[in-house]
Design a protein around this ligand. Structure first.
Ligand code: SAH
Ligand code: SF4
Length: 339
């Protein structure tokens, strides 16, 4: 038995045609599952009896269980989901003026092991399947009864270390017969796996890409992210340029501000030199404290000074206000376990 949520529309079309059904039947199934959120093939009243029997014999529905659901004072909501193998993952819903954005998890733990991130404290146990990622979005909209308009792939895990399932997930939520989340409303964040950035540049969908840069040079970046030894900063920048050239899209660089580590004005100057001429913007994030690390986020003053320096040097920059810090739902605070 296959889980129906693991299928992209084209995979389902292909399969149904192979078994003598019509291509448009797949669209009907998708609409039942994602638009009407029906979880029983028998209730799909516009399908033939034969097709319903076929689906029942070959596919099953499956869902994540909600173990916990916490609401922050700022409207951010964090969900702890239990997977079928009894592991736990976290998913975050952020309520913005422009709509609701869900931050999904792609792996159980993370092997990249950045020196500042709670998610990386747990070694990767396994990749999530497309179904488990899709379900995070479905469950959040089911529980809150609110439409999810944006998705950020910034929860636990390195999405480009689980490339195929992540791309399948994007295909499924983007389908006009499914959740219809526009590609321009989907953002994938990577720690900088260069070959996968190149692969991503060739994907036909207009999905946004964010790269966790966090440093203006190799020395600082290697200290924060050991992956920089494998893919040094210049190769990451080169791949970013290639992405922009191929897709004609702006790229985002994420930069967490750590007091006295990467937040000096000389670092802002170095960063602006590095990014000069790239169609990009820099998303500055004040570091959220993680109990296990002896690291401190920049003060508001230092963060503002850094922001203004980048601005004055012509770099598009935003200083992000964190959401959900009070419930440990902010960037880098997610964990794949129940505590
Ligand atoms: N693995 C991917 C996506 C998940 S992390 C990546 O690293 O890009 C999402 C973002 O949160 C990344 O930019 C990450 O560097 C950042 N982050 C991790 N820990 C953080 C923390 N404690 N405070 C603020 N941002 C953090
Ligand atoms: Fe993994 Fe991203 Fe955390 Fe680094 S920042 S450990 S890549 S989740």
């Amino acid at each position: 038995m296959e889980i129906i949520y693991n299928y992209t529309l084209s995979e389902l079309e292909e399969l149904l045609v192979e078994f003598g059904f019509k291509k448009f039947n797949a669209r009907q199934v998708f609409e039942w599952i994602y638009k009407k959120e029906v979880t029983d093939f028998e209730k799909m009243s516009n399908l033939s009896k034969k097709l319903r029997i076929f689906l029942n014999e070959n596919f099953k529905f499956s869902a994540l269980l909600v173990a916990e659901n916490q609401l922050s004072f700022d409207g951010t909501q964090k969900f702890l989901f239990e997977l079928e193998d009894h592991n736990f993952i976290e998913t975050v819903l952020m309520r913005h003026e422009y709509g609701n954005s869900v931050c999904v998890t792609t792996q159980l733990g993370c092997n990249i092991g950045c020196s500042f991130c709670a998610s990386g404290l747990q070694k990767k146990q396994r990749d999530l399947t497309a179904y488990e990622i899709v379900q995070q979005v479905l469950k959040v909209s089911e529980i809150t009864k609110e439409r999810v308009s944006h998705v950020v792939v910034m929860g636990i895990g390195e999405p480009f270390d689980n490339y195929d399932e992540t791309m399948k997930f994007i295909d499924i939520i983007n389908s006009p017969y499914g959740l219809e989340i526009g590609a321009r409303h989907i953002t994938v964040s990577t720690s900088g796996i260069v070959p996968k950035i190149k692969m991503f540049s060739n994907e036909p969908k207009q999905v946004n890409l964010a790269i966790s840069l966090h440093a203006p040079n190799n020395e600082i970046r290697t200290r924060l992210m050991k992956i920089n030894k494998v893919y040094p900063i210049e190769t990451v920048i080169e791949a970013a340029k290639e992405y922009v050239a191929k897709t004609n899209r702006r790229i985002t660089f994420e930069y967490i501000l750590l007091e006295h580590i990467n937040d000096e004005l000389k670092h802002a100057n170095e960063l602006s030199d590095l990014l000069r001429g790239i169609n990009c913007y820099v998303n500055l994030i004040r570091y959220n404290t993680v109990a296990e690390f002896n690291l401190k986020g920049s003060s508001e003053e230092r963060a503002n000074a850094f922001y203004l320096k980048l601005k004055s040097r012509g770099i598009n920059t935003t200083l992000r206000r964190e959401k959900g810090g009070d419930i440990d739902a902010a960037c880098g605070q997610l964990r794949s376990k129940k505590i």
